[in-house]
Design a protein around this ligand. Sequence first.
Ligand code: CP3
Length: 379
Amino acid sequence: MGITVATEQSPPKPNTKRLPGTSGVAVNDRFLRACRREPVDCTPIWLMRQAGRYMAEYRRLREKHTILEIIKTPDLAVEVTLQPINAFDLDAAIIFADILPPLEAMGLSLEFIRGEGPVIHNPLRVAADVAALSVPDPRESLNFTLEAIRLVQRELAGRVPLIGFSGAPFTLASYAIEGGATRSFVLTKSLMYNQPEVWHELMDKLATMVGDYLKAQAEAGAQVLQLFDSWAGALGPADYRRYVLPYSRRVIQTTRSSGVPIIHFGTGTSGMLETLKEVGGDVIGVDWRINLADAWRRLGDDVAIQGNLDPVALFAPLPELERHVADILSQADGRPGHIFNLGHGILPQTPVEHVAALVDMVHEQSQVAHDSQNVKRKT
Ligand code: CP3
């Protein structure tokens, strides 16, 4: 399955145009158009964690390097960022990095342990730990990712837009406090309820760090920013509003001056979509636990939505996968502000040929709905 950038042989698709001075390289802007809720020729698609272990190219590189080595070596980060772009007809690239290196830059000791996931060796447990956290300039402490963004943009030459990202303050706080993944969030919520002043000091530092980091990524060339609050759904709406919302909102306000669209993603958030909207992203990312038409009814038409295929649907036989795609597209109903994605990251065991098939299904199946919407708009 090759990428379908326009060449001398194939005329550009409607949402591709040639960049001045780049011989034959087409610009695919349907993802940027969808972020701005503008009409598109078909629904754009990219996949969270699209660079990763389900791809043989990635696994080969991981035999020689740890994930942190790849992230901190811009040439390797560029190579991995481009692997899925070269393999599939995706409409956006996402810079290869992780949400946790900013915690390392702030003074925590981070390690990815095979089979276990990320571990913080010195998690935050008492007020003095939070007081000791620094808020360094991301242009120095995380320059490897900024450099990778600059290099990827040179390689992409406008083929598809590039997404920069950061973890949101709450999701980062949960790793910093728990020291790794958690089901109950008992340490995180205990700190929040028992020492609210310490919690607010931590969230304040994280919001400053994350806001600066996202802004620096936009300055380096990221055209869209995604804020991953993967675990926001662990909180009820009232706690989210009191302990999290002001900080995520501040992050988004900080990045506003860079003028790039912001995607605000969380899982398990169907119980508090209206509250999430107050945070202020241009696009809201939702998981598969909600019907997209319901999500739009609650969010209103002035926001774009990203989602929401269950990542496990990629393990289904192709006709079943096709039904899932048709359902999601019919819920989106040709609205210009839909970005197709999974409801959470792609799983390492995912059959790679189903990923290729999914991307093509979304493009092909969605054309009809967009054609008829575009005709309606003109008449
Ligand atoms: O989307 C992309 O392709 C860009 C790269 C990216 C990675 N992590 C690479 C990665 C992105 C956007 C992330 C985000 C991330 N990282 C999140 C938020 C999204 C989500 O899935 O909720 C979170 C919570 C993390 C933290 C993290 N990093 C965990 C829990 C793990 C281990 C779990 C696992 O899948 O093994 C990682 C490691 C990681 N980050 C891998 C990749 C490709 C796999 C590590 C490997 O190569 O061994």
